[in-house]
Design a protein around this ligand. Structure first.
Ligand code: HEM
Length: 470
């Protein structure tokens, strides 16, 4: 075994095995706890060795702040080959895999602003989400009193919110669009994991694998589905009259000399894939975790119902301007994102120049991973972090306060571009479910497992619930 020591001036890290290095940490079902323990042992920053790849992992808020905020651009790159860039998006990367060049920065800024400020005439972001909330309730009513797993209905709502904003349409069950979301993104996510594995063990790239082929096929189908929609938009778009994100993009192409290149149509399809990838599973799983939390803590559900009843009353649809009157409901969402951050490793970052972190030299090209989960479980920041306690987000006068070390959406130049949308969506969908339904465990069923299942996001194990209208 290799010993604990600094590698090429990088931070020290745990000892590992020849060839596989520290793979046993990341491959373990207890990877988050193991990484947390290693982070504590090495002072919040450590090097993890994975076959041919070395990664620097940040597990403390101090180094998170230094890397993403103080260093501004120095860690704002993305490793090459991440998010299957080679096979699919090399020439026109969307957002997730794009670098720090001028075009990427322009496109990222434009997309983030478009998502934040979405709304045309009476079609506000709020109305889009509330419409989906109504449809979700209709679906839930069909299952009333009968045990079911709500994942599909939640995922459908999350997909439709993004679809309406970006494509100007929603998907019905069995729709080609839903297939794109489910198949392309699910197999895409597997491919991301595979591409990381191929980086660790380069010889695997030459081993034919079924999942790679499945992904390439479904990515092609997904892209051509999006390209058809883009073509329809081009045919019907009126300059200065955007109906959705695609139209905003088409308008942006007309502005200035380099705009046509920056906002190339080839890039648009990839940006759309990234918006779906970033926003679909994250919101869906957070809502699933919220249900798991309610089943484990019936008193929390009671408190939410009480709060809604006394602050808003019965039978009134909950809107954004009610949020300040629902601090406890809001705090339950934040505490769920703290304990079960859907993207617990964020997205891999890359050092774009030679730099430093604390006492360590970090050469250009180093991969930097941010273990948000460790920051959210650091006992120096959070009192009894293992407990689920929404009150930690409330002040003495019952207002919501978020400490700067709440980092579910990451931070700095590559912070989540869908944060505002994600927050509004979680709040409006969750608060309105709570207004209308009581959630309980199917008779005789065990409580849902709170085991952390790591795929592309942090999933709970599947579980059933029973809903009753209130
Ligand atoms: C519960 C909701 C969400 C959470 C917790 C979340 C969290 C995150 C995190 C941790 C990152 C990584 C940032 C980094 O690399 O440092 C990220 C990136 C990203 N998210 Fe989200 N996200 C959520 C919802 C959304 C939504 C609704 C969208 C789009 C509509 C979205 C789109 C993206 C994109 C495109 C990126 C990549 C940004 C970049 O590479 O510059 N996310 N998100």
């Amino acid at each position: 075994r290799l010993s604990d020591k600094a590698l090429d001036g990088l931070p020290p890290g745990p000892s590992g095995w020849p060839w596989i290095g520290n793979l046993s940490i990341l491959a373990s079902p207890h990877r988050h706890q193991k990484m947390f323990d290693a982070g504590q042992r090495f002072g919040g920053i450590l090097t993890i060795n994975l076959g041919a790849v070395k990664q620097v992992w940040v597990t403390s808020h101090k180094y998170f702040q230094q890397a993403l905020v103080d260093r501004v651009w120095e860690f704002a790159g993305r490793p090459h080959g991440f998010w299957v860039t080679d096979a699919t998006t090399k020439l026109f990367p969307g957002i997730l895999a794009s670098g720090v060049d001028k075009t990427s920065r322009n496109v990222r800024r434009f997309t983030a602003t478009a998502l934040r400020s979405f709304g045309f005439g009476r079609t506000s972001l709020q109305n889009v989400i509330l419409q989906e909330s109504e449809d979700l309730h209709q679906e839930f009513r069909k299952h009333q009193g009968v045990p079911f797993n709500p994942r599909d209905q939640l995922a459908h709502a999350a997909a439709n919110i993004i679809a309406f904003i970006t494509l100007g349409r929603t998907f019905r069950q069995g729709d080609e669009g839903l297939q794109f979301v489910n198949e392309t993104l699910t197999s895409g996510v597997k491919q991301v994991i595979n591409s990381q594995r191929d980086k660790m063990f380069p010889f695997l790239r030459y081993v034919p694998m079924k999942s790679r082929k499945v992904f390439q096929e479904s990515f092609k189908t997904g892209k051509s589905f999006l390209e058809n929609i883009i073509r329809e938009h081009i045919a019907t778009h009126e300059v200065g009259q955007p109906r959705d994100f695609i139209d905003m993009w088409l308008d942006e192409r007309q502005k200035g000399d380099s705009a046509e290149d920056d906002f190339a149509l080839e890039r648009l399809a990839n940006v759309l894939v990234d918006i779906f990838s970033g926003g679909y599973e994250t919101s869906t799983t957070t809502l699933q975790w919220l249900f798991a939390v309610l089943l484990h803590n019936p008193d929390i559900q009671e408190k939410i119902h009480e709060e809604i009843k006394s602050a808003i009353g019965d039978g009134i649809q909950i809107r954004l301007d009610h949020q300040e009157h629902l601090p406890y409901t809001h705090a339950v969402i934040l505490e769920t994102l703290r304990k079960y951050p859907p993207a617990p490793f964020a997205v891999p970052h890359l050092a774009t120049e030679d730099t430093t972190l604390g006492p360590y030299r970090i050469p250009k090209g180093t991969r930097l991973m941010l273990h948000l989960y460790s920051i959210h479980h650091d006992p120096q920041l959070w009192e009894r972090p293992e407990e689920f306690r929404p009150e930690r987000f409330l002040t003495d006068d019952n207002k919501v306060k978020e400490p700067e070390y709440f980092v579910a959406f990451s931070g700095g130049r590559r912070t989540c571009i869908g944060e505002q949308l994600g927050r509004k969506e979680l709040y409006l969908l969750f608060a309105n479910i709570m207004r209308s339904f009581r959630v309980s465990l199917p008779p005789g069923a065990d409580l849902p497992s709170l085991e952390l299942m790591q795929g592309a996001v942090l999933y709970p194990r599947p579980f059933m619930i029973v809903l009753e209208e209130r």
